[in-house]
Design a protein around this ligand. Structure first.
Ligand SMILES: *Cc1c(COP(=O)(O)O)cnc(C)c1O
Length: 234
C-alpha cells in the first residue's frame, strides 16, 4: 500500500468518525483511532504514523516482536488487542502500553508481576474484554463474571483498569451489532456506579461498524482494513 492511499484512507476514516460523532452529539476528539496493523509490515505502520496515526493494535505478541525493530523511534502507543496466552505475559508486559484483551485473573496477575520484575514504574493500562455474544464468540470474560474480575484487577497495583472492550460477531449489516455495543456500555456504567470505578474507555467498533459503536459511546475504535487495506492472512 502506498503512502498516498494510507493518507486517503485515514482522511476517509476521520470523516466517518466526525460524522458519526456529530450524529451522536459527541466531539470527534473524544474518539481515539487505533490502527490495527496485524499482518501488515513495519513499513505500513511507519506510513500511518507519518500521516498522524499514534495508536496501533497488534493481536500477536510474537508478530509484534518481529516488527518492532522496523518501527523504532516512533512515539506511538502499542496495544495488544488479541488473546494473550499466559506463557507470553512477561513479554507482553514489557512490549505494550496497553493490553486491551484481558479476560482472566491469572493473566492479569502475571502481567502485574512481570511489570514488577521488569522494574517498570508506571501502571500498565488494561481493558477487560467482555464476551458480549456468548453464543457466537469465544474470547472475553462471561458477563456474569465481569464484576468479580474487575474488582480483582483493580486491586493489582501495577495495572490500571481503564475500561472494557468487545468484539461482537461479524454481521454484514452493521446496525445489527448495535445491541452488543449497548450491552458493553451498560456493563461499564453498572461497574462505574456499583463499584465506584473510573472506567472511561470503551474499545468497540471495527472497519465496517465503528460508526454504530461511536453512536453507542465508543472512545476507541480499532480499524484495520479501512486503513491498511485487506489482509492476505487472518
Ligand atoms: C483484526 C481486528 C480488528 C480490525 O478489524 P478490521 O475489520 O480489519 O477493521 C479490530 N479488533 C480486533 C480485536 C482485531 O483482531
Amino acid at each position: 500500500m502506498t503512502q498516498t492511499s494510507v493518507r486517503e484512507n485515514l482522511l476517509r476514516i476521520q470523516e466517518r468518525i466526525a460524522r458519526a460523532a456529530a450524529h451522536a452529539g459527541r466531539r470527534a476528539e473524544e474518539i481515539t483511532l487505533i490502527g490495527v496493523s496485524k499482518t501488515h509490515p513495519a513499513n505500513a505502520i511507519r506510513e500511518a504514523y507519518e500521516v498522524g496515526v499514534r495508536h496501533f493494535g497488534e493481536n500477536r505478541v510474537q508478530e509484534w516482536e518481529a516488527k518492532r525493530a522496523g518501527t523504532e523511534g516512533l512515539a506511538a502507543s502499542w496495544h495488544l488487542i488479541g488473546h494473550l496466552q499466559s506463557n507470553k505475559t512477561t513479554r507482553a508486559a514489557r512490549l505494550f502500553h496497553s493490553i486491551d484483551s484481558v479476560d482472566d485473573i491469572a493473566v492479569a496477575q502475571r502481567l502485574d508481576r512481570a511489570r514488577a520484575e521488569a522494574g517498570i514504574t508506571g501502571k500498565l493500562r488494561v481493558l477487560i474484554e467482555v464476551r458480549v455474544a456468548p453464543e457466537e464468540t469465544k474470547s472475553g470474560v462471561e458477563i456474569g463474571e465481569l464484576p468479580d474480575l474487575a474488582e480483582k484487577i483493580v486491586d493489582l497495583r501495577r495495572l490500571q483498569l481503564a475500561g472494557l472492550m468487545c468484539i461482537p460477531p461479524f454481521l454484514e449489516e452493521a446496525g445489527q451489532v448495535r445491541g452488543y455495543f449497548q450491552r458493553l456500555r451498560v456493563l461499564r456504567d453498572g461497574l462505574t456506579k456499583g463499584f465506584d470505578m473510573e472506567l472511561p474507555v470503551l474499545s468497540m467498533g471495527m472497519s465496517h461498524d465503528f460508526e454504530v459503536a461511536i453512536e453507542e459511546g465508543a472512545t476507541e475504535v480499532r480499524v484495520g482494513t479501512a486503513l491498511f487495506g485487506t489482509r492476505s492472512t487472518a
